[in-house]
Design a protein around this ligand. Structure first.
Ligand SMILES: Nc1nc2c(ncn2[C@@H]2O[C@H](COP(=O)(O)OP(=O)(O)OP(=O)(O)O)[C@@H](O)[C@H]2O)c(=O)[nH]1
Length: 518
């Protein structure tokens, strides 16, 4: 009985121990599973980090993760671990060799950059430091990447500098057209005497093989010359206005001073008049009242001396007044003379300017604006007097070849000679203007239909016979001319268009001829 109860208690003790052993085992399992999970996670990250570097390593890491999923397969995982360790070592050596190779090629690149002479000094210094630093070994790819970035930075710097310094931008056909147009425009603008040489040089450059930068610089220079001229004109008119303003203030001061003086004089004068009247009244009273001649004499003498005194004060006052007035008039006259002079010179300048605005600066012939004015005027006369009026448009033949073969300045001189010859071949009442480029327009009033052909052919022959000699070569320059007469109920602009169309025909039919639109 005693034994059985001992056995029961022993069994119960053993049960207890078994239970607690079970619990402890569960605890160990739990702990192991957690550690395995962490290990698998770690392997997952490791696989990701190594992915793509070595295919075998990738596979083995995946296998290892798989083995570790089950406790039973842990033993199978051990040989995998040894293999992975071997592969990792190999991978490390491979990476180190690659890094060393990359470091050597980076050194080569940097030596090449060092050879770029145009590199800025500060960059050259930085490159030197960088090259020294590159002698130290590189252990990881993460040390290598910033170095590559630095080299790219050096390249960028040098390229930027080179692009900024270069003026070899590509010049396109439209740039050349712009350059020619600019040359043309500046021949139509009147520049100041001291600016003309600069403009001539610029024109020559613009007509030649120009670079884009030079074209931009020319635009900039012309703009600043024009702005400078505008500013000068503004200053001239401002100066005149200031002078006018000063003169007006002086005159206003003189007038107001004179008015003040006058007022004061008037007051003194009226006092003096009162005093004089009083003295005369007193003298009257004395004459009436006095019986004694001696007393009368004495009293009158006193009154007369006071009267004399008042009169001489009045005279002095009037003299002073006159002097002041003379002075005022004199200073006003001076101011007016000076302002008249100023106004005259300003008027002259304006007139000159107006004249210049109507003149073509190269040929000194009336320009297109002047032509438009004259056309209106001639058209009015034609309407009023019912007299014939002709418009002739003329253009130099193959003028481009003069420029191309002998230079633009020879072209300019040719234009000047032809312009003069055209002007000299016309009568006083006739008119010629430079319409633009190598085109001229003639207005011919009072020429009848029978004579127009003769007249224009004479002009054409005259130009053809000018003995031009360029580079020791005798050159004949010819004109093509188109003409039309103003018809009834026609605007002069329409006549112009018909004359222009006739010129086109003259060109088309072989040039050096006159075509009249009838
Ligand atoms: N030197 C100079 N040349 C000018 C001026 N204005 C226009 N030209 C030139 O005149 C030439 C006109 O050429 P085109 O319109 O081709 O005519 P073209 O050579 O005269 O030939 P056709 O008119 O067909 O007979 C261009 O080369 C212009 O540059 C100027 O003020 N000075």
């Amino acid at each position: 009985m005693k034994d059985s109860s001992t056995a029961v208690s022993q069994v119960s003790l053993l049960k207890q121990k078994l239970n607690s052993a079970k619990l402890a085992l569960e605890e160990i399992h739990k702990d192991r599973n957690e550690k395995l999970r962490t290990l698998i996670q770690f392997l997952g990250h490791l696989s990701l980090a190594c992915k793509g570097q070595n295919l075998e390593l990738d596979n083995r890491l995946a296998k290892l993760r798989h083995h570790l999923q089950g406790y039973d397969q842990i033993d199978e995982a051990l040989p995998e671990l040894v293999e992975i360790e071997r592969l990792l070592k190999g991978q490390y050596n491979h990476t180190m060799t690659q890094l060393e190779e990359s470091r050597t090629s980076l050194s080569r690149v940097i030596s090449q950059i060092q050879r770029v002479d145009s590199a800025p000094e500060e960059i050259k210094k930085e490159i030197n430091y960088f090259k020294k630093d590159l002698n130290k070994p590189i252990h990881t790819i993460w040390e290598y990447i910033p170095k590559v970035e630095q080299v790219i930075g050096f390249y960028e710097h040098i390229l930027q500098k080179q692009f900024a310094g270069t003026d070899e931008h590509v010049i396109l056909p439209q740039h050349l057209i712009l350059a020619k147009e600019l040359a043309q425009k500046i021949s139509e603008i009147e520049f100041r005497k001291e600016q003309r040489d600069q403009i001539l040089v610029m024109k020559e450059v613009l007509m030649g093989d120009i670079k884009l930068n030079t074209l931009l610089e020319s635009y900039q220079t012309i703009l600043s010359l024009l702005l400078n001229n505008i500013a000068r004109e503004k200053t001239a008119s401002q100066d005149f206005l200031y002078a006018l303003n000063d003169a007006i203030s002086v005159v206003r001061d003189v007038v107001s001073n004179t008015a003040n003086n006058n007022e004061r004089s008037q007051q003194i004068k009226s006092q003096l008049n009162k005093e004089i009247n009083l003295r005369v009244d007193n003298a009257d009273g004395i004459l009436i009242e006095s019986d004694d001649l001696n007393a009368l004499k004495t009293a009158l003498t006193i009154q007369l001396s006071s009267l004399k005194d008042a009169l001489s004060r009045k005279e002095a006052l009037e003299n002073r007044e006159q002097t002041l007035l003379r002075k005022s008039i004199e200073s006003m006259r001076k101011e007016l003379t000076s302002i008249t002079k100023e106004a005259n010179s300003y008027k002259e300048k304006l007139f000159e300017h107006q004249k210049l605005n109507l003149l073509d600066p190269l040929t000194q012939l009336p320009n297109r604006t002047a032509l438009e004015d004259r056309m209106e005027q001639e058209f009015r006369n034609h309407k009023r007097f019912n007299a014939p009026l002709w418009v002739a448009v003329t253009d130099i033949d193959y003028f481009k070849s003069v420029n191309d073969n002998f230079g633009h300045s020879t072209g300019d001189k040719t234009l000047q000679v032809i312009a003069m010859a055209l002007k000299n071949s016309l009568r006083e009442s006739e008119f010629v203007a430079r319409y633009g480029g190598e085109e001229f327009v003639l207005l011919l009033p009072e020429v009848n239909e029978d004579n127009i052909g003769l007249l224009l052919n004479r002009v054409r022959e005259k130009i053809k016979n000018i003995p031009f000699k360029f580079k020791n070569q005798r050159i004949t320059v010819t004109l093509s001319i188109g003409a039309a007469q103003v018809m009834e109920n026609e605007r002069i602009e329409e006549t112009f268009e018909r004359a222009d169309a006739a010129l086109y025909k003259a060109k088309h039919n072989g040039r050096d001829r006159v075509v009249i639109d009838i």
